[in-house]
Write a protein that binds this ligand. Structure first.
Ligand code: ZN
Length: 507
């Protein structure tokens, strides 16, 4: 019997918005997700899904698994250099102690920027390669909202990337990586990475066309004609780095020219979608008007169908740019202020990040009535703080929400009521993924007429199960949402929409 293959697995992940007023340090990792070697839970998390996925197949593949640290910080501002160096060196020391290893599996995000390092994942992969040499296989998973650099493609043997946005396929992505790494280690395939620079930045939700069809197409190509894997790096417009932008990755079984050709064809197809991928984006007042109209219409329809007693599905408005998942604070009050002014009752709003206000609600206690100032603190673009008479309806220590089997903390949280508008205040930043953000606080989301959530698209999968009407409000704030006017310093390549025709396709 062959000796067991020694496999090291580790994960360091966050997404850095270099324009954010926030900063990120070790405490932010500890607040969101930080597990010492051997302590990773059985439940998968977004970027560390390689841990449970590797455990699942270790016996079957005859692997001896050596686990390193796994950590994730909610997207935020630039990472403190000491924090980055600590996390990087810790992982390298863990790997050094595990040597010799046959395989290294890393769950990374791919858009982490530290004070003195624009390409943290490239620096890490290069250091891992230097440590292991070229006989060790290195496999990595990335989030598509990342930057692809030569340091990454030059030092990894296999790269897989979440195909779906919302990222509902993070487990599948880890499983794909492990399947391809195992086949490589057995000598069944010789992976070869091709890439193509699409020279664009765009929001690319796969829950709608044309991206839905594109993802289905690339999935149908995998496994045929020496094509092992195809990934799309969407890019991350809030990270000012030289490599910002969308890229195609095609991994072939030793067919470099064919891989280059396919990456270029698919990359130009993606480029042709520019400007057509986003849902209709509304102002806050128009989103609320449309929601009210939809609610009235539902009431009329219900009356006509005499569905007495049954409640209509809630309408959902997404606050797409004040999304903590994009690295901003998530304390913009602009939409909430409009709801309060217009007395839109039977509404629930998740969430406003305000640890000080949460602390005050805990001190006041459940049932207390008080004047509270909350929200609008972290930037001059997210609206004014709200001063209101509130009732504290509930307080929950270490509150959480679900996301596709993973458990996402929102920290100590309070449910306050302002004349029929229920608001969740949280103390650990997180975008809204799932209606459990409401139900875990004691609010039944389907009893509400209107739900407002801070999220660009990750909320969609779970909220579309309870709502027929989903509206997107694009409210300007601290997030740099228009690449044509964003003051990039390090992005110097010509990319759409900063340049109309960067590929010179019109000749
Ligand atoms: Zn992402």
């Amino acid at each position: 019997m062959q000796p067991k293959k020694r496999v090291f697995v580790g994960s360091i992940a966050t997404e850095t918005n270099t324009f954010s007023p926030l900063r990120t340090d070790l405490q932010d990792f500890k607040d969101s997700f930080y597990k010492d070697p051997g302590d990773h839970p059985q439940t998968p998390t977004l970027c560390s899904a390689v841990f449970p996925a590797a455990r699942e197949v270790a016996a079957q593949h005859h692997w001896e698994l050596i686990e390193g640290t796994a950590c994730w910080a909610e997207p935020g501002g630039v990472v403190n250099q000491h924090t980055w160096e600590f996390l990087r060196d810790q992982l390298l020391e863990e790997l050094q102690a595990a040597m010799p290893v046959d395989i290294v599996l890393l769950g990374l995000h791919g858009a982490m920027v530290a004070q003195e390092c624009d390409d943290c994942e490239g620096e890490l992969l290069e250091a891992v390669r230097n440590l292991t040499g070229f006989d060790t296989l290195i496999g990595v998973t990335f989030d598509p909202h990342s930057h692809l650099t030569e340091k990454r493609t030059g030092n990894a043997d296999i790269i897989t990337v979440f195909k779906e946005f919302p990222h509902t396929d993070f487990v599948e992505t880890a499983v794909d990586l492990i399947r391809l790494i195992q086949a490589t280690s057995k000598g069944e395939i010789a992976p070869c990475i091709s890439t193509f620079d699409c020279k664009m930045i765009e929001v690319l939700p796969t829950s709608r066309e044309p991206m839905r069809g594109f993802v289905d197409k690339i999935k149908s190509l995998e496994g045929k004609d020496n094509i092992l894997s195809i990934s799309v790096i969407h890019g991350f417009m809030a990270g000012d780095v030289a490599e910002l932008g969308s890229r195609l990755i095609v991994i072939t079984d030793n067919a470099h020219d064919a891989g280059n050709q396919l990456a270029s064809e698919l990359g130009m197809e993606l480029f042709s979608f520019r400007g057509t991928t986003k849902p209709e984006l509304l102002t806050s007042p128009i989103a609320i008007d449309r929601a009210m109209h939809a609610i009235d219409q539902q009431a009329i329809d219900q009356k006509a169908m005499s569905q007495n007693g049954s409640t209509a599905a809630p309408v959902v408005i997404a606050d797409v740019w004040d999304n903590p998942g994009g690295g901003v604070a998530g304390d913009s009050t602009i939409i909430l202020n409009d709801l309060i002014k217009r007395k839109i009752t039977d509404t629930a709003f998740a969430t406003i990040w305000d640890p000080i206000a949460v602390r005050t609600c805990f001190s006041a206690g459940i049932g207390a009535k008080l004047t509270l100032r909350f929200g609008g603190k972290m930037s001059n673009a997210g609206g004014e703080p709200i001063d209101a008479e509130v009732i504290v309806r509930n307080t929950v220590r270490d509150a959480v929400q679900n996301f596709c089997g993973s458990i996402v903390p929102i920290g100590d949280s309070a449910w306050i009521d302002i004349d029929g508008v229920s608001v969740i205040l949280n103390s650990v930043r997180s975008q809204v993924f799932d209606p459990s953000v409401f139900s875990n606080m004691g609010i039944n989301p389907i009893d509400k007429k209107l739900l407002v959530v801070k999220s660009t698209n990750h909320f969609y999968a779970a909220f579309s199960e309870i709502s027929d009407t989903i509206l997107y409000a694009a409210v300007d704030g601290p997030y740099p949402n228009d690449p044509t006017t964003t003051r990039y310093k390090k992005l110097t390549r010509a990319i759409w929409p900063r340049v109309e025709d960067p590929h010179d396709v019109s000749g």
